[in-house]
Design a protein around this ligand. Structure first.
Ligand code: HEC
Ligand code: HEC
Ligand code: HEC
Ligand code: HEC
Ligand code: HEC
Ligand code: HEC
Ligand code: HEC
Length: 331
């Protein structure tokens, strides 16, 4: 009887071992040493992270059976791929994967319970922290909670959906290239609004064709390069740099003169940071719009007005003299 039990235990241990060997997987790591060295400059966890990057940083990984040497190559789908370059350029570059994910992810296939674990949210770490007071996380969360996305899907929408955990970095706050910031910020919205695969994970609604729904806007391509989606889709916020209350579509800005006028709303949104700095430096409000972008109607500058009046006057005088000269010549 006892012997039989031992045999059963032996057999099951063997098959468990075989199973583990079967699912044990290897991936072609082989990242050049100089690339790793560059990442070590910004992170203390490069080697640790490679445990995960050997699959999640590659487009494919391998399932290896060590007993038979059989190897199967499998794809890592785009959704599960993390670019090292983006990760080590993000705000949280000096994080280990295990700061946010369970160490049990070292097991593959990853078990179900750790997949369903609650994730930290931004406020868990940044809330009530003086070091980050300038960002006003609490105020941002307040606005976010009243915006359409969490209202439509409170369970699954979160700050992480726009601030991708492995790539997000601040941009507008210290932008040196406004166009690049605009394109970075718009890419956040477009990661769902131009990708139905992502969009449909959060709603049963039909896909929204952004180009069609904005075809009332002339020169759409230029507009999307020159303003961010949030300029038209959020309520202006006096206290935070990036307004976070995304309003229902009926309340989006459609009126051209909200931007194309001397008190353009862009001063309180896109150019907020720059216009403040410019005001401090030069003492007048139009500085940024004058320097960085030409917005029809918004560029009402006293000196330009005077100069154009003078030019107009000169042209008029020239015409008058010319006409008089012709009349006298005829006579
Ligand atoms: C052998 C390759 C491999 C390694 C090593 C690996 N993963 Fe994965 N991981 C995958 C694949 C393939 C998927 C997608 C298929 C799936 O969900 O099982 C995945 C999915 C995930 C998911 C998404 C789970 C879900 O259901 O949403 C997370 C999170 C994850 N891995 C984290 C990690 C972390 C953290 C590490 C490092 C400790 C790691 N993985 C190591 C291959 C790997
Ligand atoms: C600052 C916290 C944080 C760090 C650090 C972090 N993750 Fe994540 N990760 C998350 C969150 C949050 C999610 C869920 C994202 C969501 O809900 O959209 C996630 C999701 C994932 C997924 C599922 C697919 C996806 O991208 O949504 C994978 C795979 C993954 N992480 C792997 C890793 C690996 C590998 C590392 C280390 C190189 C890492 N994570 C570091 C917070 C983090
Ligand atoms: C697990 C804790 C944790 C979570 C969750 C977290 N952060 Fe952070 N975050 C940090 C730490 C720590 C730093 C400082 C990193 C450093 O200096 O290397 C940081 C840095 C930042 C910075 C840059 C600050 C600066 O002045 O350089 C921003 C912005 C930021 N986080 C935003 C967010 C947002 C948005 C979320 C949610 C989507 C979030 N964080 C979630 C811990 C966290
Ligand atoms: C619908 C998309 C979206 C959601 C959801 C979202 N954000 Fe943002 N957030 C943005 C965009 C776009 C920016 C501008 C990024 C940039 O240029 O720096 C931003 C910027 C920020 C910044 C930097 C602001 C600064 O002053 O530099 C912080 C901090 C932040 N968000 C925190 C949060 C927190 C916390 C949540 C959840 C309560 C959240 N965000 C949810 C889109 C979003
Ligand atoms: C993670 C995916 C995701 C991101 C990122 C995202 N959205 Fe959405 N958005 C959705 C989904 C899903 C809906 C549909 C919600 C519903 O009604 O079920 C939606 C709906 C909307 C609507 C329509 C609301 C209405 O009244 O019908 C607007 C406007 C909108 N989003 C703007 C934005 C802007 C601006 C950004 C960037 C700052 C953004 N979204 C980023 C997923 C996203
Ligand atoms: C110049 C202002 C403006 C800009 C910039 C803008 N939108 Fe809109 N958007 C609107 C208006 C106005 C509507 C409502 C149109 C309607 O109801 O016919 C709208 C509608 C939408 C809808 C809802 C469409 C529907 O049928 O449910 C979404 C989603 C959306 N915009 C996303 C975006 C995204 C993403 C960007 C950035 C790439 C963006 N918008 C840029 C003004 C703007
Ligand atoms: C959210 C602010 C905003 C709104 C709303 C807006 N615009 Fe614009 N518009 C801009 C900006 C910024 C530019 C780009 C200026 C530049 O960089 O050349 C621009 C450029 C233009 C141009 C191109 C000028 C050129 O140099 O070719 C035209 C035409 C125009 N807008 C007309 C309109 C009309 C008509 C509407 C209303 C249906 C409208 N805009 C609504 C901000 C806005």
């Amino acid at each position: 009887m006892e012997k039989k039990n031992l045999i059963i235990i032996f057999i099951s241990t063997c098959s468990l071992f075989l199973f583990l060997v079967l699912v044990n997987s290897g991936a072609s790591s082989g990242l050049p040493e100089d690339e790793l060295a560059a990442y070590r400059e910004v992170s203390d966890f490069v080697d640790e992270n490679e445990e995960c990057f050997r699959c999640h940083g590659e487009s494919k990984f391998q399932l290896v059976d060590n007993t038979t040497d059989r190897i199967l190559t499998r794809q890592v789908c785009a959704d599960h791929m993390i670019l090292r370059e983006e990760y080590y350029g993000s705000n949280h570059k000096n994080f280990s994967c295990f700061d946010c994910h369970s160490a049990e992810f070292l097991t593959f296939p990853h078990p179900l319970d750790i997949r369903l674990e609650y994730q930290w949210n931004c406020l868990d770490c940044h809330g009530d922290d003086e070091d980050y007071a300038q960002y006003q996380f609490e105020k941002i969360e307040e606005e976010y909670l009243e915006s359409i996305h969490p209202l439509a899907n409170p369970d699954e929408f979160s700050c992480w959906k726009c601030h991708h955990p492995h790539s997000y970095h601040i941009s507008i706050r210290n932008t040196e290239n406004l166009r690049a910031t605009i394109s970075y910020d718009n890419a956040i919205c477009l990661s769902c609004h131009a990708d139905f695969d992502q969009f449909q994970l959060l709603t049963d609604r039909e896909g929204i064709n952004i180009i069609q729904t904005h075809d009332w806007l002339p020169n759409q391509a230029l507009h999307f390069q020159s303003v961010r989606c949030i300029e038209c889709h959020t309520q202006i916020s006096d206290s935070i740099l990036v307004a976070h209350m995304v309003l229902p579509k009926e309340q989006a800005v459609q009126n051209c003169s909200e931007c194309h006028s001397s008190d353009s709303r862009l001063m309180a949104t896109l150019y907020k940071f720059q216009s403040k700095e410019a005001r401090n430096k030069y003492g007048f409000f139009n500085a940024v719009v004058m320097n960085e972008a030409y917005v029809i109607g918004a560029n009402r500058n006293y000196y330009l007005n005077v100069i154009s009046l003078v030019i107009f006057g000169l042209v008029f005088a020239g015409l008058a003299i010319h006409t008089l000269a012709r009349i006298f010549n005829k006579v």
